[in-house]
Design a binder for this molecule. Structure first.
Ligand SMILES: [Zn+2]
Length: 157
């Protein structure tokens, strides 16, 4: 069986969702793992423009800014407000590694954090055509936060 969303070859008796659930509850995974999973399963997790923006921007912050909690909080606040977003055209490919690769590697004794990092990096690389969009959304999120009591200059790099 092949996952129709991410094209993974599924372990017998599994869907990507059940693989994810089993992995997630079994051991710690790098923070952006769920966002990587979502960006490979768009119909389930990124149907709306807001959810797409949330997971793509969180994946970006996870990979490029070490999952900075202040930036993630800014994304959350930004998307809790009224925002007008356009969902971009979906990419033809969403990565060569999948949650099933992580699952199988872990079953063979490889460290989950390490193989999950490779998966996350691969997904982020696949989204290269939308890196500029992710940067734009991150900037919008951080700017939506200004004018209050926060000095944000140290975030802008
Ligand atoms: Zn899948």
């Amino acid at each position: 069986m092949i996952c129709p969303a991410c094209q993974a070859t599924l372990p017998a008796g599994h869907t990507c969702q059940s693989v994810w659930d089993e992995l997630y509850y079994a051991q710690p995974l790098p923070a952006p793992s769920f966002d990587a999973f979502c960006m490979q399963h768009l119909d389930s997790y990124c149907f709306s423009a807001k959810s797409y923006a949330a997971h793509l921007t969180r994946l970006y912050i996870g990979v490029e800014y070490a999952n900075d909690p202040k930036q993630l909080a800014a994304v959350q606040r930004w998307l809790n407000g009224t925002v007008s977003l356009t969902k971009p055209a979906l990419l033809a490919t969403v990565g060569t590694r999948t949650v099933c690769d992580v699952y199988l590697a872990v079953a063979q004794g490889q460290p989950a954090m390490q193989v999950a990092h490779l998966w996350i990096a691969d997904v982020w690389q696949a989204y290269q055509p939308q890196h500029a969009l992710a940067k734009e959304w991150r900037t919008l999120a951080l700017n939506s936060f200004t004018g209050k009591s926060y000095g944000l200059s140290f975030w802008r790099n």
